[in-house]
Design a protein around this ligand. Structure first.
Ligand code: PPY
Length: 269
């Protein structure tokens, strides 16, 4: 079964994809939105995308792609992230990496390499490629990318020793599952009044469902209008979830509620 993830080879997404797919079935592309869109169009069976980091927070491009393109979420993979600084020598001028990786190392880089210019590229592995080609470029990525002529100049350069990223495995809507310990939802109330968010979340509290994440993203319709990404620790198969969603749908009847599906979670190292 083909699995599409963020490439080239050597990204953290690639490592997460290995947890759910055979290595030879993994394909790469350089855009998270592109992965979600390709899965929505059923041009590939699975996609693996980063969705949230413990230091930097949401991967907003992923959340917005979930609103834009209709997919199902079928699994969660959580992995610790330990960044290394890789370069041909100490004399580099530029540090190239994915924006999330640069942000996760911001303080360490400012303190130790204040002169270096930071360059955001499409993935950590793309930064590694830049460093391979150009001795004035260093990259931030997984230590396994330290292959000749690159050396590991520093390890564990993330601002906090505890740095974990959640990846979601996405599939075409037809594969949406109701079984699983967690569920992702998107709620667009298309309304604005005092207490709206409180009312939307209240049915979950009443059903004793733990909210594991709530994130607001601009709807793009008008300033101050939001889409809410809600994750809960309950499955769609459960009566309490069905009841809570019935009430939430009533409150959001001017907008919409999308069930992305229920799934189990797995931690890899
Ligand atoms: O660029 C990568 O390697 C990715 O998979 C995105 C990413 C970047 C930094 C931390 C986790 C995921």
């Amino acid at each position: 079964m083909e699995t599409l993830t963020l490439g080239p080879a050597g990204t953290y997404s690639h490592r997460a994809a290995r947890a759910v797919s055979d290595e030879d079935a993994i394909q790469f592309t350089e855009s998270v939105t592109g992965i979600v869109e390709t899965v929505a169009q059923e041009k590939t069976a699975r996609g693996v995308v980063p969705v949230e980091n413990s230091i930097e927070g949401p991967v907003t491009e992923t959340l917005d792609a979930f609103t834009e393109h209709e997919i199902a979420v079928i699994r969660e993979v959580v992995t610790p992230i330990r960044h290394a600084l890789l370069a041909q020598n100490e004399e580099f001028e530029i540090i190239a990496s994915h924006a999330q990786a640069l942000a996760q190392c911001r303080s360490v880089l400012e303190e130790n390499y204040p002169e270096a210019e930071l360059e955001a590229v499409t993935s950590t592995a793309r930064g590694v490629e830049r460093a391979h080609e150009d001795p004035s470029v260093a990259a931030i990525g997984h230590p396994d990318n330290a292959k000749e002529p690159l050396q590991t100049l520093a390890e564990d350069i993330q601002d906090r020793s505890s740095n974990a990223t959640r990846f979601l495995v996405v599939a075409p809507r037809a594969d949406l599952a109701k079984a699983g310990s967690k569920t992702s939802l998107i709620v667009y109330p298309n309304r604005d009044y005092p207490g709206l968010l409180l009312e939307l979340l209240n049915p979950l509290a009443e059903q004793d469902i733990n909210l594991t994440r709530v994130e607001s993203r601009p709807s793009g319709e008008r300033l101050g209008d939001y889409v809410f990404h809600v994750d809960i620790a309950a499955g769609l198969y459960e009566d309490r979830t069905v009841e809570a969603l019935r009430e939430i749908e009533e409150l959001a009847d001017a907008g919409w509620v999308r069930r992305l599906g229920s799934y189990d979670t797995e931690t890899i190292v």
